[in-house]
Each structure stands twice: as C-alpha cells, then as structure tokens.
Design a protein around this ligand. Structure first.
Ligand SMILES: *[C@@H]1O[C@H](CO)[C@@H](O)[C@H](O)[C@H]1NC(C)=O
Ligand SMILES: *[C@@H]1O[C@H](CO)[C@@H](O)[C@H](O)[C@H]1NC(C)=O
Length: 255
C-alpha cells in the first residue's frame, strides 16, 4: 500500500493570550492521538512556539540558547515558551517566555519535497536549567525498527480539540523498508516512520517540531503524516535527526 502525504503537522490553534516575555518566578488524548497527559514537567526540553498570541508548533531545547523545530514551522518572529505543562503561562510558575533573535531553516528543506524538515531558533538569552527546563542531547545513532519512543505535544486530540496540557504517547519505530514502501517517492533518508500500530497512537496537527525521544536522546521531530491522524497501520513521519548532528553543531557554533 502507498499513501499520499498529508499536510505538515503545524497548525494555528486559535488565540491564547500571552502576557510578558522573560522567566517567571521559579517553583520547587493531541496529535497526540491516543496519548495521555504527560506527567507535569517530565519533558523539560519541550518548547512551545507562539507567533503573535497564537500557539502553532512544538520545539525542543537542544542547547541553553537554541531550540530545534520543524522547518515548516518557520515564521518571521516567535515567542518560545519553556517550562510549560499547560499552554497558559499565567498558570505556570516555572515557565519562561523567551524572545528570539534568529531562525535558520536547513538549507535543503523541501529539496526534495518535505525532506530535511528542521530549523534552529536562537533565543535572545540563554536559559538556566531548572526543575522545569533542561536541554536534551541529540541521538548520534540512527533509530532501529521496534525502538520505543515518546512523542509529546499540544497538538490536536482524537476528538479534534486542543488539549489543555502537554500530551505524551509511546510509539515504535517502523523499519526503513516499510516506511519507504508506504510513503513511496516522498520517502527520504532525512525521515523515519513511527507509530501506525492497531492502537492508533499518533501525532497530529499542532505537534509539528516537537520531540521524539528514544532511549533518553532526541531522535526525531514531528514532521508530517496523513490528513487524518491516528489511522491504524499508518505511521507518522519524523525528521531523522541522527543525519543532522554535524549541521546542528556547526550552525550553533557559527551563529
Ligand atoms: C546542554 O547544552 C550544553 C551546551 O551545549 C551541553 O554542554 C550539555 O551537555 C547539554 N545537556 C544535555 C543533557 O545534553
Ligand atoms: C512510555 O513508556 C515508558 C517505558 O515503558 C513508560 O514508563 C511510560 O509510562 C510510557 N508513557 C506513556 C505516556 O505511555
């Protein structure tokens, strides 16, 4: 079976009032489909991207001053939320709402179609690690079929609603052979497939750019999938970060 590629998984989810930028005082079922509320602050590298007052994509803190996201989440300006469980920063005493100074899409993004879907966003200031905020290392090893990985995000739930708090779901990596057979000419080594079990666990609109964590390392970013999320036996597609460790390191060092 071959499937058509659906839209990238970035999405505007209506407005949320953002108050101020900076860090606040510290404290001691989305596309994520068929997931559950994450244990609060269990994914301290999770970032939320806002433009204007709208949440639209996820991201991942990979360095105290840099967030990785999907290239298709590119905007002219962003506010990056860190240390959030709920997207409402007024309810999040350990959160930081950071301004950004630049964003750099991978030079080969969308060459070919949908490939190389990653970008780096630089925060105006570094964040200090805390109980709710911490950077994660990027996997240098590529994923293996059957690896169990955790995906998180504030994307659309199965009922089409946006969740109040961060959602988590475990999915398994799918073999390169199955992924390329399914996505056919769209498949590229800069991607891997995961999910697609009978349990319908999946990521969805609004999860784009968010983390896929396998064995304690950042393995992928939510990229795209079918227009209808959570279909049984159809995995989602994730940016294969093991192919980009050099580019990420060099870009951070040079900027
Ligand atoms: C966080 O980033 C710093 C700076 O690059 C790095 O030294 C540290 O190892 C990173 N922490 C993790 C857990 O990767
Ligand atoms: C994901 O799997 C890990 C390891 O088996 C487990 O501890 C965790 O509770 C699972 N999380 C979810 C959201 O299913």
């Amino acid at each position: 079976m071959t499937v058509a590629a659906g839209p990238p998984r970035g999405w505007f989810l209506g407005s949320l009032l953002l108050s101020v930028t900076g860090c606040l005082a510290s404290i001691g079922s989305s596309r994520i489909i068929a997931g559950e509320d994450c244990s609060p602050y269990s994914q301290p590298w999770q970032a939320a991207l806002f433009t204007g007052n709208e949440f639209f994509c996820g991201g991942v803190l990979v360095h105290p001053q840099w967030v990785l996201s999907a290239a298709h989440c590119f905007q002219n300006s962003y506010t990056v939320g860190l240390g959030l469980h709920s997207l409402d920063d007024d309810q999040e005493p350990g959160a930081c709402m950071m301004e950004t100074s630049l964003s750099i899409q991978h030079p080969d993004y969308n060459k070919p179609f949908y490939a190389n879907d990653l970008m780096l966003i630089k925060l105006k200031e570094s964040v200090s690690p805390s109980a709710t905020i911490r950077n994660i290392s990027i996997a240098s090893q590529c994923p293996t079929a059957g690896d169990s990985c955790l995906v998180s995000g504030w994307g659309q739930l199965k009922n089409g609603r946006q969740p109040n708090v961060l959602q988590c779901v475990n999915i398994s990596v799918v073999s390169e052979e199955s992924c390329s057979a399914l996505y056919d000419f769209i498949y590229h080594p800069s991607m891997f497939c995961a999910g697609g079990g009978h349990d319908q666990k999946d990521s969805c609109k609004g999860d784009s750019g968010g983390p896929v964590v396998c064995k304690g390392h950042l393995q992928g970013l939510v990229s795209f999938g079918q227009a209808q999320c959570g279909q049984p036996y159809i995995p989602g597609v994730y940016t294969n970060l093991c192919k980009f460790t050099d580019w990420i390191q060099k870009t951070i060092q040079a900027s």
